[in-house]
Design a protein around this ligand. Structure first.
Ligand code: HEM
Length: 274
């Protein structure tokens, strides 16, 4: 982990150095550098911005890769849903490069259904985002004193039989006619981006990035479980493991362990650079 962190520091330093050589570029970093607080007229220091960039990259990396992998995993197991989503994407888009954010993609309701169901089953923030109480509060009729930490475990909430029938089953029909992630009209007990002031500020960005990435992948290729899969190293919770389950380990975000997937390009697809 320390080595990974050092590698990340080096990458971030190189990226920032590249951007500093040309501040006229319209990049996130250059926008932050020129931002001023309207009251104090103060800007951010470079060290503040570096920390911000690190935190954004960390919050955005694992969460996105877990969700992409999880959605493709469930589609590889449920061929009916895979075919149905592929049909929807191909009905709306005739070329790979046409798949961009906009009304057509927003209308791909089956795509949103499968992403939401994957976010429910494999929430990339799996555990409890803890909150320190600064005053006594009553929660569900119990007094919890100041100084205690409280949290709601996303994994437990998303797989609770109180909220979901057969909670461990992949069933995107739980999100009928969905346009968007964590839809307000969705089932109770589904909050992958959390709620309130500390909820994920990137939900709209995530929505666009995930739908473009997954729609393009499904437009281009069929996906299935690779034959090489072996039971996950996390086979510890008493469930049966046949090499096909998608295992996650809580590390504030989530670390994923297979299974490996295979992609087969669909006939008569063309990429813009071919
Ligand atoms: C599927 C993708 C994602 C999911 C499910 C997700 C989920 C969440 C959740 C549940 C939190 C709240 C954590 C807490 O309560 O402490 C959070 C916070 C945050 N997320 Fe995301 N996130 C995703 C992607 C991203 C991306 C791509 C970015 C940045 C580019 C991002 C940036 C942040 C930041 C900066 C916070 C901290 C907000 C704060 O503490 O005020 N997230 N995210």
């Amino acid at each position: 982990m320390a080595e990974e962190s050092r590698h990340f520091e080096t990458l971030a330093a190189e990226l920032i150095q590249g951007l500093e050589t040309d501040l006229s570029k319209k990049e996130f970093y250059t926008a932050l550098l020129s931002a001023r607080d309207p009251m104090s007229k103060q800007g951010y220091s470079k060290s503040d911005i570096r920390k911000e960039l690190k935190s954004l990259t960390r919050s955005g990396g694992d969460t996105m890769s877990v969700t992409i992998a999880s959605t493709l995993h469930w589609l590889s197991i449920d061929r009916e849903w895979q075919d149905s989503v592929a049909q929807e994407v191909r009905d709306n888009f005739s070329a790979y490069e046409d798949i961009v954010p906009g009304e057509k993609l927003d209308n791909c309701t089956r795509l949103f259904q499968v992403i939401n169901e994957s976010l429910r089953l494999d929430s990339p923030i799996l555990g409890c985002p803890w909150r320190l109480l600064t005053e006594d509060v009553i929660i569900d009729g119990h007094l919890v004193p100041r100084g205690y930490e409280v949290g709601v475990c996303h994994y437990a909430m998303h797989r609770s039989a109180k909220h979901f029938d057969q909670p461990s089953r992949f069933d995107p029909r739980r999100f009928p006619d969905t346009r968007g992630l964590q839809p307000p009209q969705g089932p109770g007990g589904f909050y992958p981006f959390s709620l309130g002031r500390r909820a994920c500020p990137a939900k709209e960005l995530v929505e666009r990035a995930l739908t473009v990435c997954l729609a393009r992948t499904i437009w281009l290729a069929k996906v299935r479980l690779a034959l090489v899969n072996e039971p996950s190293p996390l086979a510890s919770n008493g469930e049966e493991h046949d090499g096909t389950s998608y295992e996650l380990r809580d590390c504030f975000t989530a670390e994923k362990f297979g299974p490996v997937l295979e992609f087969q390009r669909r006939e008569s697809t063309r990429l813009p650079w071919e």
